[in-house]
Design a protein. Sequence first.
Length: 364
Amino acid sequence: MKSVTVITDDITQEISRSFDYEFEGTTTFNPLEISPLDRQIIGDEWKTGVIVGPSGSGKSTLLNEFGSEEVISWEGDRAICSHFETAREAEDKLSAVGFNTIPSWMRPYHVLSNGEQFRADLSRRIKDNAVIDEFTSVVDRNVARSCSVAIKKYVDKQGIKNLVFATCHYDILEWLEPDWVYDTVSQSVEDRRLLRRPSIDVEVIPCSIEAWAMFRQHHYLTGDINKSARCWLAIWNGQPVGFSSVIAFPSGTVRRGFRGHRTVILPDFQGLGIGVRLSDAMGEIYVSAGNRYFSKTAHPRLGEYREASPKWRPTAHNKQDRGDYDRLYEGNHLPNVRSNKEKYSKDLKDRHKGRVCYAHEYIG
């Protein structure tokens, strides 16, 4: 038991009389504490742990046993990506929390949505021995799930240790896959190292080009789309979460060739791995029909996934500097390409210099 004493005044006396509560300045209470037995279950080292329970149940008090939450500040006239040491660090840490909308990386913090601000704050807090309170409290449950999955992947990949979250939401546990969970209701720790997240079953269906309007603002490069594109929707739990389009492969040597044109996952669902699986699904649909399927991307996460996947084979143009337009034009005899060389070679060369393009063929 603990006790605390305050100065009594007219207000405390009036309120105590109104509720027949005997109060002379001192109250006693029994704060939550992690028992020695629970400490043994937790151990000295873990990846992620979670303290979960209703509001006012003592989660923040318990969280303080593991450390203090870092206060994050943002400069109003700087892009959020500029708050990291390097561009690579910005890419890694923003992607780590499922924040993959590149245009939003270039905006100041105060204009972001609640979900984007939540992810941006997390991107600078995820590190060894960090504690994070009110996890997913200010975002909808789609963002909560996708962010939890993304964090789990990043923690495993980077080998982060002793990260602790406090939350009132039980629904994120199976998506975050923590090593242990302390429930303030039962006041006990459960070892969750064998917990596995649910499967994500996405249906891919053809759609009209009009569906692009829902996704165009979220594409990392452009809102334009080829009018001849064949379009597809990714549906999860009855709602659209992703879009992909395919066009004919512009080559005089490849027969029955197609290539990926646009792939977008709505921000609330980024981080779940739907984007790369949708890309695979497009390749499978076209290759299984007797076609060849190619795709190019400058997005580092999608490009790195294909580099490591046995389902994709790099082409001769893989990892080329997109500013090297002289090289791209070599051997290309298509009339529309040759005639536009002078038009594109200077302005696009300057714009894309140093930007790597990943180029692959899907082989299944």
